[in-house]
Every structure is written in structure tokens, then in C-alpha cells.
Design a protein around this ligand. Structure first.
Ligand code: 1GP
Length: 244
């Protein structure tokens, strides 16, 4: 299955939900169980992202534990070239466009590019933009950070990414951000784009999810909510706000 076709079809039919799992935050077995819950509740795709200290072993074990349990696609988004694994259905090939450190824009990606092409790995080109506060990734990348009230700056970067040929734009407030990307910014970016918009970071409740969806997000990513007790119900209420 071509994952970009799968995603495009889903986007045509409504808002897509992605559950983000960081292999460093739980054992591989637990990651598999979380992915299964996400699938049962209605998530469309699992995105594996290792935010810090990801090892090859960890990634391989988590990938196989998740793949064993679920049938929805599992996609890997490498932060650098720290660990690679070919058992994912596809790879988000993201460029962090508002980084000042060029290893986040194209340097890290170039280290893996030839191998990915030779192995015929499906890659989905994504223009990734970090919005204030940005959290951990913001600190690591040394950013031209987009302030929460600078809608023009966000839209300008997003349109530049579209013109570069990216298939998706991803507005990221940061893992565990206190608030999601502002609805006004999502609206302003969406208005300028002809490609789908992914929004993530700080989405904790059904109210957040509905706001982000109504502002124009085509794809909504949540991560942290599955790390806490009661995650099945919380995820269920987010999914109902996105899919009703
Ligand atoms: C996906 O970074 C997010 O874009 C995940 O953020 O952990 O805050 O849901 P949360």
C-alpha cells in the first residue's frame, strides 16, 4: 500500500488522527499495547518519533512490537540519522524549515537519503515548522522560532515549503506544549495552502481537538495523552471530536 495514497484518501474523507509513540518512553510491549488501543479507538496511523537517546535496538523492538499488534500504517519520523529501521510502512522525510542549524533542514536527512532510496523506502516529504514554545525539539535545533502571534511568518514558511514540493505542512507546538498551535494561525496558514496541513503539540482535550479541526487542520497528531492513566477514554473523546 502506498501510504501517501492512504493518507490522501483519508484526508479527502475527513480529519485524520495520528497517534505519536516515542520508543524511549515505555517498553516495546507497552508501545504495542498503546498502538492497539489507538487503533481500536479510531486512530488512522501510528507515528514513531524518538525524541532523545533513541537507540537502534529500541527502535527495532518497538517497531516489531507495534507492527505485530496492529493493521493501520506505522510510519517513522527520524529526528536525525540516529537510528533507522526498514520495517515501517513509510518514513516522514521532514525538513525542519525554520531551523538555523542546517543539519535539521537537510544535513541529517542527507546522511540517510541514499540508503533510503536504494532500499526503496516510501518517503513522504514534509515541511516541518516549529511554533512557539517548541519544547525539546525547539531547543535542540536552534530555531528561527515562529512566535504564536506571527501568522504571516508561519504562512510564509508554509507556502515556501509547498513551493519546494513538500506534500504536507506540519505545524508543531512541541511535544507536551501547554497549548496547541493557535487556531488563528492554523486558519491563516490553511488559507494560503493547496496541500494538507498537519497540526500537533499540546492537544489534550476534545475541545482542543475540535478547535484545531475547525481552524482547518487536515491531520491532527497527539502524543502525550497516551502516556497517562485514563488514556483510552481521553483518546476516545479526542477522536469523537475529530470524526463526528
Ligand atoms: C505531535 O509533538 C506532538 O506533533 C505530540 O505532542 O505530546 O503534546 O500531544 P503532544
Amino acid at each position: 500500500m502506498l501510504i501517501s495514497n492512504y493518507l490522501n484518501e483519508k484526508v479527502k474523507n475527513g480529519t485524520v488522527h495520528i497517534t505519536l509513540i516515542d520508543p524511549m518512553k515505555q517498553s516495546a510491549d507497552v508501545a504495542g499495547r498503546l498502538a492497539l488501543t489507538a487503533q481500536e479507538v479510531g486512530s488512522d496511523l501510528i507515528l514513531v518519533v524518538g525524541m532523545g537517546g533513541l537507540t537502534q535496538k529500541n527502535l527495532l523492538e518497538t517497531a516489531s512490537a507495534i507492527k505485530e499488534k496492529i493493521s493501520i500504517p506505522v510510519v517513522y519520523s527520524p529526528v536525525g540519522a540516529e537510528a533507522l529501521c526498514f520495517s515501517f510502512d513509510a518514513l516522514l522525510f521532514s525538513s525542519l524549515l525554520n531551523a538555523k542549524n542546517c543539519s535539521f533542514i537537510s544535513g541529517g536527512q542527507s546522511k540517510a537519503a541514499i540508503v533510503l532510496k536504494r532500499m526503496e523506502v516510501q518517503t513522504i516529504p514534509v515541511g516541518y515548522l516549529i511554533i512557539e514554545p517548541g519544547m525539546k525539539i525547539g531547543e535542540a535545533a536552534d530555531l528561527d522560532l515562529i512566535p504564536r502571534d506571527n501568522y504571516w511568518m508561519a504562512a510564509s514558511y508554509a507556502v515556501a515549503a509547498e513551493l519546494f514540493g513538500m506534500e504536507y505542512i506540519y505545524l508543531e507546538a512541541g511535544i507536551s506544549a501547554a497549548q496547541p498551535v493557535p487556531a488563528g494561525m492554523i486558519r491563516a496558514v490553511k488559507k494560503e495552502l493547496s496541500i494538507p496541513l498537519i497540526v500537533g503539540g499540546g492537544i489534550r482535550t476534545a475541545v482542543d481537538a475540535r478547535r484545531v479541526r475547525q481552524a482547518g487542520a487536515d491531520v491532527v497528531v497527539t502524543g502525550t495523552i497516551i502516556e497517562n492513566a485514563g488514556y483510552r477514554e481521553r483518546l476516545r473523546s479526542i477522536l469523537s471530536a475529530l470524526k463526528d
